[in-house]
Design a protein around this ligand. Structure first.
Ligand SMILES: [Zn+2]
Length: 278
């Protein structure tokens, strides 16, 4: 019973981070200050605390502003729900690479906490990249680079994502992250230079940097790049075939990179094990 209460609490922490992420996306895009109370984007009336409870208020208000009755975007409850779920899943050991709180303490409490913080931070930043690049076709460095710094620190001190790095020393792991970063940034830098900045933006270079520090091993980032480009090609083909986009229209790369990184962050080790065995 106690464990259920614990998971519900974590779910609400996740919801709050989802709510914060929504606010971050909106205010950064509108170049507004992050402090100050929330207000309705239509009627500009301040939102009372009881109308600002993640997910619950959206349901109670039936998705409309209390004052002007304008519809609230589905993005708000969706991101909140996503973050709530993504915060709980690693704790129940849903993914093999994650920590199961029921067996916590076997390898050291602090290491496990660091691992969970890394997982949450990576999910938070990837969701930010996905939504922000999809909506505004750009990336916000203040979030991306501070997120990369935090994840880099956590990755240096927590247990590495790739199993075969666990026994390596701190310095050996730092060197590994350095090479991974070189691949992550270099991959986009070469394309940037070749296309003279037309195909790839500088924002993609910075996303490459984040991917590298999040994944921490050359095999993982190579896999993430392959999967991202594969998803991107499939989606672009679909959009062109169904005439949603023309051949020349720009499709942001960030959402695909976020999806690929997310996938490899969870399943990368399993995929690499399969590749090694065959
Ligand atoms: Zn309103």
């Amino acid at each position: 019973m106690l464990i259920v209460v614990f998971y519900v609490c974590v779910f609400f922490i996740g919801l709050s981070f989802g709510s914060f992420l929504n606010c971050l996306i909106y205010r950064l895009a509108k170049k507004q200050s992050l402090s100050g109370r929330s207000f309705c984007p239509h009627c500009k009336k301040q939102i009372a605390w009881y109308d600002n409870i993640p997910l619950i208020s959206f349901v109670l208000l039936k998705g409309k502003c209390r004052h002007c009755q304008q519809k609230i975007s589905w993005q708000y409850p969706l991101i909140e729900l996503l973050m709530g779920t993504l915060f709980v899943l690693p704790l129940v050991g849903f993914f093999r690479s994650d920590v199961n709180f029921l067996v916590l303490g076997q390898k050291g409490f602090v290491l496990d906490i660091l691992k969970i913080l890394r997982t949450w931070s990576v999910y938070f930043i990837l969701t930010f990249i996905f939504v922000y690049d999809l909506k505004y076709m750009m990336i916000e460095d203040s979030v991306l680079l501070s997120g990369a710094g935090l994840v880099l620190l956590l990755n240096l001190f927590a247990e590495p994502l790739a199993n075969h790095l666990i026994d390596l020393s701190f310095w050996a792991r730092s060197v590994q992250i350095f090479w991974t970063t070189l691949i992550g940034v270099g991959f986009f830098a070469v394309q940037y230079l070749l296309t003279k900045g037309k195909g790839i933006g500088l924002g993609d270079l910075r996303i490459g940097f984040f991917m590298a520090v999040a994944l921490g091993h050359w095999s993982m980032i190579c896999l993430a790049l392959v999967i991202s480009y594969f998803i991107g090609a499939l989606v672009s083909l679909f959009l062109i075939v169904f005439k949603k986009k023309g051949l020349k229209s720009e499709i942001p790369l960030g959402p695909f990179l976020a999806l690929g990184t997310f996938f490899v962050f969870i399943f990368g080790q399993e995929i690499i094990n399969i590749i090694i065995r065959t």
